[in-house]
Write a protein that binds this ligand. Structure first.
Ligand code: NAD
Ligand code: TYD
Length: 359
């Protein structure tokens, strides 16, 4: 029995991870802390049954006092740090919150975990930690920057982030690494490719295109639509994190991906065809500044060293995802009835956007 502190558990991947853990390890305790930003939604967890092993606390990872209080109240074994500002387009408009949450918030989590986990917290030379504790930082392949037509990211590829989002995630990775090197903190970092699946906020490519198709709205494709992403079904990301949490060697970085490279245009056309709409909805729009051309993950380390394998092919995963959105139109309606429409109209018009106006 473990107690896992999940941050950002009301978001897309965090909520899927909580569901995954309760299915796989029903005796584990999960404390989910989330600030419930525009991307956090407790509806994502409404199917988690009333369970004494599940606790939700509304908290901001930047709030040192609150995080300290949580660590002092519970005997936490592991932290899985999902909490982040996660959308590249928003980071282009309003970078600052990406730095405060993704970098400083991570540092608050590390500092507090170190204080409660280190056996001699007052000794700056002590590298002795309680048994079995681990801090798992959920990072992204975007920290490596963009690839040309050939090659794949391996764990030793240099970090060359191009957007404020990816730069903030790379900075967080560096601070996590520094806590390992300087303080001996037991950590892992995972760097996963683009996820898709149920409960993804409809500002990201796949749910945005599904939602727009359902509403017969234009499908905005940035630039020439030939950018390539390496897609992974969210369930497989969760199972990979579970493998790293239980089997990952301390201090190691693990790339996560399923070898599913697709152009954006191929994805959009597939969604249009599956939902039975007209290709005439597809519209080319102005490209995203600093748009990374291609991502591709070499997953040899996690597959050979930890025995992880993705279970879903892209064809299965996308079918499940579209089916889920078609069966959960109310979930999307509840989001769209909030500030989402305001966000959408401003983000996809060519006016100057201040994200504070659309939160
Ligand atoms: P998301 O935006 O859907 O969820 C983020 C969650 O974090 C939300 O519930 C939000 O309320 C919460 N949050 C934001 N700021 C917070 C703060 N200051 N304190 C506490 N909670 C806060 O994001 P996601 O797609 O689920 O991504 C989760 C993590 O996985 C992120 O760290 C992201 O960088 C990483 N990641 C995402 C992908 C992807 O394709 N979505 C791929 C690789 C890695
Ligand atoms: P996104 O889902 O925002 O993920 P990321 O930028 O983290 O990879 O975008 C995936 C790809 O889809 C990316 O190349 C940008 C492109 N895209 C569009 O063409 N149109 C859109 O409306 C969105 C949101 C993304």
């Amino acid at each position: 029995m473990k107690t896992i502190l999940v941050t950002g558990g009301a978001g897309f991947i965090g909520s899927n991870f909580i569901r995954f853990i309760f299915n796989k390890h029903p005796d584990y305790k999960i404390i989910n802390i989330d600030a419930l930003t525009y991307a956090g939604n407790l509806e994502n967890l409404k199917d988690i049954p009333d369970n004494p092993n599940y606790i939700f606390i509304k908290a901001d990872i930047r709030d040192r006092v609150k995080i300290n209080e949580i660590f002092s109240s519970y005997n936490i074994d592991n932290v899985v740090n999902f909490a982040a500002e996660s959308h590249v387009d928003r980071s282009i408009v309003e970078p600052e919150i990406f730095l405060t949450t993704n970098v400083l918030g991570t540092q608050v989590m590390l500092d507090t975990a170190k204080k409660y986990w280190n056996v001699n917290p007052c000794d700056k030379y002590s590298k002795e930690y309680k048994p079995e504790v681990k801090f798992l930082q959920v990072s992204t392949d975007e920290v490596y920057g963009a690839l040309g037509l050939k090659g794949m990211f391996v764990e030793t590829t240099s970090l060359m982030p191009n957007s404020p989002y990816s730069a903030s995630k790379a900075s967080a990775d560096m601070i996590v690494r520094a806590y390992y090197k300087t303080f001996g903190m037991p950590i892992n970092i995972t760097r996963c490719s683009n996820n898709y699946g149920p409960y993804q906020f409809p500002e990201k490519l796949i749910p945005l295109m599904i939602n727009n198709c359902l509403k017969n709205k234009d499908l905005p494709v940035y630039g020439d639509g030939m950018q390539i992403r390496d897609w992974l079904y969210v369930y497989d990301h969760c199972s990979a994190i579970d493998s790293v949490l239980h089997k990952g060697l301390i201090g190691e970085v693990y790339n996560i991906g399923g070898n599913n490279e697709k152009t954006n245009m191929d994805i959009v056309k597939l969604i249009v065809k599956t939902i039975g709409k007209s290709q005439s909805l597809i519209k080319y729009v102005k490209d995203r500044p600093g748009h990374d051309r291609r991502y591709a993950i070499d997953n040899a380390k996690i597959t050979t060293q930890l025995g992880w394998r993705p279970q879903y092919t892209f064809e299965q995963g996308i079918k499940e995802t579209i089916k889920w959105y078609l069966n959960n139109t109310q979930w999307i309606e509840n989001i769209a009835s909030g500030n989402y429409n305001k966000y959408y109209n401003k983000m996809y018009s060519n006016v100057c956007v201040d994200i504070k106006d659309i939160e």
